[in-house]
Write a new protein. Structure first.
Length: 218
């Protein structure tokens, strides 16, 4: 059975859409780009930010680094608090702890921000470790974060670990490290994205997440 459960943060534990899209819009405006419909910026939720600025707006590497710095000016003061916990998540975490599972967070968001958010939302104490990217832009790829989390927790039997996330990056990162991946549909990904990333299971709600984790291997 799984005994180590890694959770993505944005779009999995919390709905952080408002804070992230407001921060992205703030950064883009500095480059003369106005976004009237912020749902267009949902594609920024999950992947590393600097990659998204390059992929979706054609920024150079230098421009994307600068855009991330501008993004953080808004995010650190306001955006970090513009989020909420998904329905059923706290119950899921409590039930998993009661089942003696070790719970970790593995996010491409800077680790310092992830910790601050989880403490603000009173979720931090559910986790044995909170792992994320460095502020200098290193360790942003999901596989790197997952490997870092497993190594930090001294998890040697990866067959007993599983990643839970809403985007293809979560599943692909899990596969690269050699662990199973459960996709969730209540975040910002969709069924097709998770299916083609080869998620072992795709859960429509937190109840199914719990069932898939407890049903031995998915």
């Amino acid at each position: 059975m799984y005994d180590t459960i890694l959770f993505d943060l944005d779009g999995t534990l919390i709905d952080s859409g408002e804070g992230i899209t407001n921060s992205v819009a703030y950064a883009l405006k500095k480059y003369g780009i106005t976004v009237s419909d912020k749902t267009q910026l949902y594609q920024f939720i999950g992947p590393p930010l600097h990659e998204s600025f390059q992929k979706f707006y054609g920024f150079s590497e230098e421009e994307s680094k600068r855009a991330v710095e501008i993004y953080r000016k808004y995010y650190c003061s306001k955006g970090i608090f513009e989020n909420y916990v998904y329905e059923g998540i706290e119950t899921l975490l409590k039930r998993l702890l009661e089942a003696k599972k070790a719970l970790l967070v593995a996010t491409s968001k800077p680790e310092v921000f992830a910790r601050k958010i989880l403490e603000y939302l009173k979720l931090a104490d559910y986790f044995s470790g909170i792992y994320g990217a460095n502020l200098d832009g290193s360790r942003t790829k999901k596989a790197e974060v997952i490997s870092y989390a497993l190594m930090s927790q001294k998890v040697t039997d990866v067959s007993k670990a599983v990643m839970v996330g809403d985007r293809e990056h979560d599943i692909l990162g899990a596969k690269k490290v050699g662990i199973d991946g459960i996709g969730v549909l209540f975040g910002y990904g969709n069924y097709e994205e998770l299916y083609y990333a080869k998620a072992d299971k795709i859960a429509k709600d937190t109840e199914e997440v719990f069932s898939f984790i407890m049903d031995s291997h998915v």
